[in-house]
Design a binder for this molecule. Structure first.
Ligand code: GLV
Ligand code: MN
Ligand code: MN
Ligand code: MN
Length: 394
C-alpha cells in the first residue's frame, strides 16, 4: 500500500483550474463564489469516486465520509481574494489521496470560508461551536453581503451538520506560509501549537467636504484619523508586544474615495495575533483606547464591529509523535517541530477531538499571493508522511 504521487499531483492541479487567476498558479476562489461552489461539487464527485459518501452541511462544509468511525483529514478549498493554489487545497487533496490509498477508514473534509470572507475560519468555527450560527448569519463581507445570504446559495445541497463523534481525530496538512522550512532546507514541519487571533472592523466618522475650500484646521478627515491611529498604535503596542506578535490593517474602505473630496468616513479591518491570550486581550484594550483618543482629538466618532477571535491551541501530543515518527521515516533529519503563525481550521476542530498538523515548505516563504508555490518533491513527501502517520494509528 502506498500513495500514488502522479494521481495526487494531477488532482491538485485539477482543483487549481477552478478560479485560476491566469497569473502564475494563483487562484481566486473566495467562499461561495461560483468557482468555489463549482470546485466543491467537483470535489464531492472525487470523494464519491474514492468510495466516500459526499455530504454538505448547512454552511457549505463538504465531508467525504467513510463508513463507521474514522480519522478525519482535510483543510479548506476556498481561497483569499488573491490566493495561492496550495493554501488549503493541498490539505484537501492530500487527504483524498490518503483516503484512496488506505485500507483504514479515512474521511475527508473541505471546510468553508477558512479565509474569512465573513468571519475567521467561519465554516469550521461554526461546526465546532466557536461561532454560533445565528451570530455568523449576521456577519457581512466587505461588500455588505451577509453570511446568511451567501450560504443560501448552497441551500439545495445542504444536509445536517455532521456529528463529530464519528471521528477519532483530525490531521491537517498545509503549506507553512512562512520562510522557516525553506530557509533551513527542511521538508516537513510537525506543528506544536497555533497562535490566537483577534479581528474587528473599526469606523471613524468625520465630515465629508470640499477638498479645495476646506482649511486644514477645520477638517474632520477620516483618512487622517486612520493615519494617526496607525502611527499611535505602533507607539502604544511597543512595550506590550514580542517579536512574534503581529498586527495588520489589511482592508480599508474610504468614503467616498474621490480625489477632490475630504473623506468623511473610513471603515477598516484591524487584526492582531499572538500565542498568549492575555497579550491579545491587552492589545484589544490598547486598540479601543487609541481609536477613542484619536476620535476625540479630531472631533470624530468611532465605532467598533463585533470582535471575532480564536484562542491559541496546542496540538495533541500523541498525534504529534506519530507524525514525527513518520516524518523521520520519510525525511530523516529534514523535519522539525514548529509553531504556526497562520490560522487553520485545526484550531476549531481542537474543540471537538485530538488534532495535529504538518507543514511542507513555502518557496521564499510566500503565501496569500499568486506566487505561492512548493517543490513537487516536498508536496509528495508531505502526503507520504500523512499516509504513514494515518496507517500507524490503526
Ligand atoms: C488564514 O489563512 C490566516 O490568515 O492565517
Ligand atoms: Mn489555509
Ligand atoms: Mn490562507
Ligand atoms: Mn488559513
Amino acid at each position: 500500500m502506498s500513495i500514488n504521487p502522479e494521481r495526487f499531483l494531477k488532482s491538485l492541479h485539477d482543483l487549481r483550474q477552478f478560479g485560476a487567476s491566469g497569473v502564475g498558479k494563483g487562484v481566486v476562489r473566495p467562499a461561495f463564489s461560483d468557482d468555489d461552489i463549482a470546485a466543491r461539487n467537483w470535489l464531492a464527485d472525487q470523494m464519491r469516486a474514492a468510495g466516500l459518501t459526499a455530504h454538505f452541511d448547512p454552511v457549505g462544509n463538504l465531508f467525504g465520509l467513510a463508513d463507521g468511525p474514522s480519522i478525519l483529514l482535510g483543510s479548506h478549498s476556498d481561497s483569499q481574494p488573491e490566493g495561492g493554489w496550495l493554501d488549503g487545497a493541498l490539505g484537501v487533496m492530500a487527504a483524498l489521496e490518503v483516503a484512496r490509498a488506505s485500507d483504514v477508514p479515512v474521511s475527508v473534509v473541505s471546510f468553508q470560508d477558512e479565509e474569512g470572507r465573513f468571519g475567521v475560519t467561519t465554516g469550521s468555527a461554526i461546526w465546532s461551536g466557536n461561532l454560533p450560527l445565528d451570530q455568523a448569519d449576521g456577519l457581512k463581507d466587505h461588500a455588505g453581503v451577509p453570511f446568511a445570504e451567501a450560504r443560501a446559495r448552497m441551500a439545495d445541497l445542504a444536509g445536517d451538520f455532521v456529528h463529530p463523534s464519528r471521528f477519532t481525530g483530525y490531521v491537517e496538512m498545509h503549506i507553512e506560509q512562512g520562510p522557516t522550512l525553506d530557509t533551513d532546507g527542511e521538508q516537513i514541519g510537525v506543528v506544536t501549537e497555533i497562535v490566537g487571533i483577534r479581528d474587528m472592523k473599526i469606523t471613524f466618522d468625520g465630515q465629508q467636504n470640499h477638498a479645495g475650500t476646506t482649511p486644514m484646521h477645520l477638517r474632520r478627515d477620516a483618512f487622517q484619523a486612520l493615519s494617526a491611529f496607525n502611527a499611535e498604535l505602533e507607539e502604544r503596542f511597543r512595550n506590550v508586544v514580542t517579536p512574534r506578535t503581529v498586527w495588520t490593517i489589511g482592508h480599508v474602505s474610504l468614503h467616498p474615495n474621490a480625489s477632490s473630496i475630504v473623506p468623511g468616513r473610513v471603515t477598516f479591518s484591524m487584526q492582531w495575533r499572538d500565542g498568549d491570550p492575555d497579550r491579545l486581550n491587552r492589545m484589544e484594550e490598547i486598540v479601543r483606547a487609541t481609536a477613542g483618543d484619536i476620535a476625540s482629538a479630531k472631533g470624530m466618532e468611532v465605532s467598533f464591529g463585533p470582535l471575532l477571535g480564536l484562542e491559541p491551541v496546542a496540538m495533541d501530543t500523541k498525534l504529534q509523535s506519530v507524525l514525527a515518527a513518520s516524518a523521520e521515516q520519510v525525511a530523516p533529519n529534514k523535519w522539525r517541530k514548529m509553531p504556526s503563525g497562520a490560522l487553520h481550521d485545526a484550531t476549531n476542530v481542537a474543540q471537538l477531538m485530538p488534532v495535529a498538523m504538518l507543514f511542507v515548505p513555502s518557496i521564499g516563504g510566500i503565501s496569500h499571493a499568486f506566487e505561492e508555490d512548493t517543490d513537487e518533491a516536498d508536496l509528495v513527501a508531505g502526503v507520504q508522511v500523512l499516509f504513514g502517520a494515518v496507517n500507524a494509528l490503526f
